[in-house]
Design a protein around this ligand. Structure first.
Ligand SMILES: NC(=O)c1ccc[n+]([C@@H]2O[C@H](COP(=O)([O-])OP(=O)(O)OC[C@H]3O[C@@H](n4cnc5c(N)ncnc54)[C@H](OP(=O)(O)O)[C@@H]3O)[C@@H](O)[C@H]2O)c1
Length: 342
């Protein structure tokens, strides 16, 4: 028997649209392989949500994908509302897929959407780091009380399920996690160190090719890396929020630093370090000898060194990107959906 699983997609931007495209592409595979059929009951953007109790048809989803950004409520497809409670009450979804922009000051709108979903016993899969880095424990405890799950694999390290790696090291005592967690700054520093661009040129290029966040400070000031470090730290057992991170961005790096490092056979990387023994997290530009494992991590790659009492694990892979993030979201949806009681 096919398990029909209703989802509400909050946030219909790069990742939200990639996810819906992927769902359309994978419908028969998921039904055949996992006996699950995801039905999109609602999608929402900054104009509000459109919803249909019985779920949107394939044709309607294809039409929604053609709707310009910020205009789902003008699509004429389904009922329209700005109220998430109305969406949940009318569609009774199994999952909220939370893909709204990350607001590190308030966590909104994602935080409210997640809290409302949890209070109704709706499972969540999210790629939005902000609610988690502000309220990780509260959200997890509420989920546990309501006996629902929050999947957040897509929040860190697009191409590699690093959260699962950290979660599954039960026999290890993790001492330290050190990593390059922000692909944009790694790209900028790689272009400077390996290709001879100035910092200014590399930042401009990152902006032009679309790898920079709309709010550049999230990348350049280390906020995105700090957010990922907070999520990894919580998974590894610390109870921390974004304000616990000691953070410096690559805006502190000068071309004089770059020239000196090159002459000393070093590179500068934006490094996030989670010290589990001293319970502290630091994000800062660090000078590393060229032979260091993290110094070999170039351009849009991310990497993490996990030091435990038993051994050291090195994981390297492509950072974020809407397609990779949507793949992670869908994989986690399938895993959670197939483990739900039927
Ligand atoms: N892009 C990546 O590679 C990547 C990787 C990992 C994690 N993430 C995270 O995933 C999330 C989505 O990223 P994205 O690249 O898809 O961002 P995006 O393109 O900016 O899309 C965000 C979507 O949220 C919508 N939105 C804004 N306010 C809303 C509200 N109050 N209610 C409902 N929807 C609202 C936006 O509406 P409009 O369309 O009207 O603007 C847009 O559709 C973010 O939290 C991001 O940090 C992204």
């Amino acid at each position: 028997m096919i398990h029909r699983c209703g989802i509400v997609v909050a946030g219909f931007g790069n990742v939200g649209r990639s996810l819906v495209r992927l769902l359309l592409e994978k419908t028969s595979y998921l039904a055949e392989r996992y006996r699950v059929d995801f039905s999109v009951l609602a999608v929402g953007d900054s104009s509000g949500f459109v919803y249909k109790r019985e779920g949107f048809s394939r044709e309607e989803l294809e039409k929604l994908l053609q709707v310009p950004r910020g205009k789902v409520c003008e699509s004429g497809l389904g009922s329209c509302t700005r109220c998430i409670d109305e969406v949940f009450d009318e569609t009774l979804p199994d999952f909220l897929v939370e893909l709204t922009p990350a607001n590190y000051d308030t966590g909104e709108p994602g935080l409210t959407y997640m809290l409302r979903a949890l209070k109704r016993g709706i499972n969540i899969v999210t790629a939005n780091k902000a609610p988690l880095v502000l309220k990780f424990r509260e959200l997890m405890e509420l989920a546990s009380r309501r006996r629902v799950r929050i999947g957040f694999r897509a929040t860190v390290f697009g191409g590699v399920p690093i959260i699962d790696v950290v979660r599954h090291l039960a026999a290890h005592k993790i001492r330290r996690i050190t990593g390059i967690l922000n692909a944009t700054t790694n790209y900028i520093l790689s272009r400077v160190f390996y290709d001879g661009l100035s910092l200014e040129q590399a930042v401009d290029e990152a902006r032009k090719i679309g790898v920079m966040e709309a709010n550049a400070a999230l990348d350049l000031e280390g906020i995105d890396a700090a957010a990922k470090a907070v999520i990894l730290a919580n998974v590894a057992g610390l109870n921390v929020t974004l304000s616990d991170v000691s953070r410096k961005g690559i805006t502190l790096v000068t071309m004089d630093d770059v020239k000196r490092c090159i002459s000393e056979n070093k590179v500068i990387k934006l490094v996030a370090e989670i010290d589990l023994e001293n319970k502290c997290i630091v994000v800062e530009p660090r000078e590393l000898p060229s032979s260091h494992d993290l110094a070999q991590v170039k351009y849009l790659l991310n990497a993490v060194l996990i030091e435990t009492d038993l051994n050291t694990i090195f994981v390297k892979g492509i950072g974020g990107g809407p397609a990779e993030t949507a793949i992670n979201v869908l994989s986690e949806l399938v895993e959670l959906a197939t483990s739900l009681p039927r």
